[in-house]
Ligand binder design. Structure first.
Ligand SMILES: CC(C)(COP(=O)(O)OP(=O)(O)OC[C@H]1O[C@@H](n2cnc3c(N)ncnc32)[C@H](O)[C@@H]1OP(=O)(O)O)[C@@H](O)C(=O)NCCC(=O)NCCS
Length: 193
């Protein structure tokens, strides 16, 4: 996908956007709501005041567009930001920079079950860095969609039907679809019910 361009996710009825930020090796400092509110407004041909974003630290962000609640999720990483927005339902996003990780196998063991690892390697090849980034972004996006974040052990969430484009997960009694996107040097996962 192209940076700075909103892309529709048909199966979720959501749109996502990824932006590169400078400096490339630093996580952007300003809050996500402040950054994304004018961009969300512009994408819907509205003015900035039509979009209000609130939320306490550690909790799911809240958004209203022209006074009507919608669902939104944000993520920041070194050199990039991402946002997903959806009119109804739950949604979560996570962005990570694609890179070789020094202890990818150890991280993979912390974040995934043996079945998940076998399936990731079968689909993507024996690349532990790629596998852990995909597992991690998928679970973080899911846990944000539920509103819990990483207060939950990622291993308690099981990914199923893992394929090139995404996976499924049954979490807290609800079925979620996770899709992965690549943009510039970033991997982004979006989860929705
Ligand atoms: C949510 C969490 C996974 C974010 O991880 P991260 O890698 O540090 O940061 P990301 O950039 O990917 O995401 C940050 C965004 O997540 C969102 N977020 C924070 N807590 C969230 C939650 N519980 N549910 C959904 N989204 C949440 C915020 O919009 C935040 O935006 P900001 O950029 O304005 O701060 C992590 O901060 C966490 O688990 N925090 C603990 C949550 C917790 O214990 N909450 C208690 C009540 S349930």
């Amino acid at each position: 996908m192209e940076p700075g361009v909103w892309q529709e996710i048909g199966e979720l009825g959501a749109s996502i956007c990824v932006e590169a930020t400078a400096p490339q090796d630093e996580r952007p400092a300003s809050s996500s709501g402040e950054f994304w509110a004018p961009r969300i407004a512009a994408s819907r041909l509205l003015v900035e005041g039509d979009v209000s974003i609130a939320g306490k630290e550690g909790y799911r962000p809240e958004i209203q567009i022209l006074g009507k609640p919608a669902a939104v999720s944000f993520s920041r990483t070194a050199g990039g930001r991402s946002c997903v927005i959806r009119d109804t339902g739950r949604v979560g996003i996570d962005i990570e920079r694609r890179t070789e990780l020094a202890d990818a196998n150890g991280m993979l063991e912390i974040a995934s079950s043996r079945d998940e690892r076998d399936r990731m390697f079968a689909v993507f090849g024996e690349d532990s860095s790629n596998a852990v980034l995909r597992v991690w972004t998928a679970k973080e996006a899911l846990l944000k969609a539920i509103g819990l974040g990483l207060s939950v052990d990622p291993k308690s969430v099981e990914l199923s039907d893992i394929g090139i484009a995404g996976c499924q997960s049954r979490c807290r009694g609800q079925q979620f679809r996770v899709s992965w996107f690549e943009c510039l040097a970033f991997l982004v996962a979006v989860a929705g019910d």
